[in-house]
Design a protein around this ligand. Sequence first.
Ligand code: ZN
Length: 292
Amino acid sequence: MCWHETSFGLYFIRNALQDGEHDKALMGALASNGCGRTMFELVPATPSLSGSQSAYIVRNLILATLPEADFALLRPHLRRVSLRRNDILHDAFRCPDAVYFVESGLISRVVRSPKDGAVEVANVGRCGFIGVSVVLGTMIAIQRTVVLVPGQALGIEAETLRGLMVERPSIKEHLLKYVQVLMALKAQIAMCNAKHELSERLARWLLLAHDMIESDVLPVTHGLLADALGVRRPGVSVALAQLEAQGIVARTRGALRILDLDGLRRSGCECHQVVRDRFRPFSGMPDHQHSL
Ligand SMILES: [Zn+2]
C-alpha cells in the first residue's frame, strides 16, 4: 500500500498491485461504449453552450439541479478530482476534509467488521455525492467510501461548503434531498439482501451500476461482486453463469458486458425500480447545464 496526497490534502490509500494499464483499457472501453441511456431524462433549463466554447459542463445530478444563484456560490470552490480504483475517499469515524460530487465512475459505501470483512450498503455515481456527514453537520463519516470504477468528481473543501450552507440555506435544503434518497436506497438494499435470492440481488446490483456509470460495460469481477453482495464467490459465479447461458451478459477481459438489458431487468427483483423511483424529487428538476 502507498499513500497519495490530493489537492485537498486528503490521503487516499492505493493498492500497490493496482493494474494501471487495465484501468486505461477499461476507461477506453467505457468511453467508447456510451449507451446513451441516462438514469434520468432531465430537461435543459438553458440552451447548451455553442461548440466554440470549451467550458466544462457539470454532469452531477445534484449540482446540475441546483439553481444558478446557488451554484454560483459553489463554482469558485469546485475542483476537478480524479477518482482512481481503490481510492478511499472517506473512512468511517473520520472527519471528512472535502465533499465529492461524482461526475463519473462508481463509488461503494461499505461497512466492515474484523470478523466478517466488508459489505456494500450503497453505491454512488453521478446521481450523488460523498460527504453526507458534512451536510448533516456531524462531520464524522458513517462508512468507508471506496472507488470501484475510476472516474471524476468535483470536490469542495468541507469547511467551505459548511460556510456556504450557512450563508445560503437553500443549498443545504437541496443537498438534504439527496441524503433522504440515500437513506431510502440503503433501506431497500437491506431489505433486498435479507429477502431476495442471490440471482435477483446480482441483477439488481448490475442494473444500478449500469444506471450510474451509463455504460453496458461494467468493470467488475466475480470477487468484487461477491464482496459487494456479501456472499461467497462461488455463488456469484453460478448466478453469473446462468445470466451468460441466457445471453443476458457476457464476460470480457476484467469486465462484464450487458447484452440484454430487458432480460436483466426480468431477472431482477423489484428493488431496482424502487430505487429509481426514490430519485424522483431530482428527476423532476431542470438541468441547469452549469459550467465551470
Ligand atoms: Zn431486491
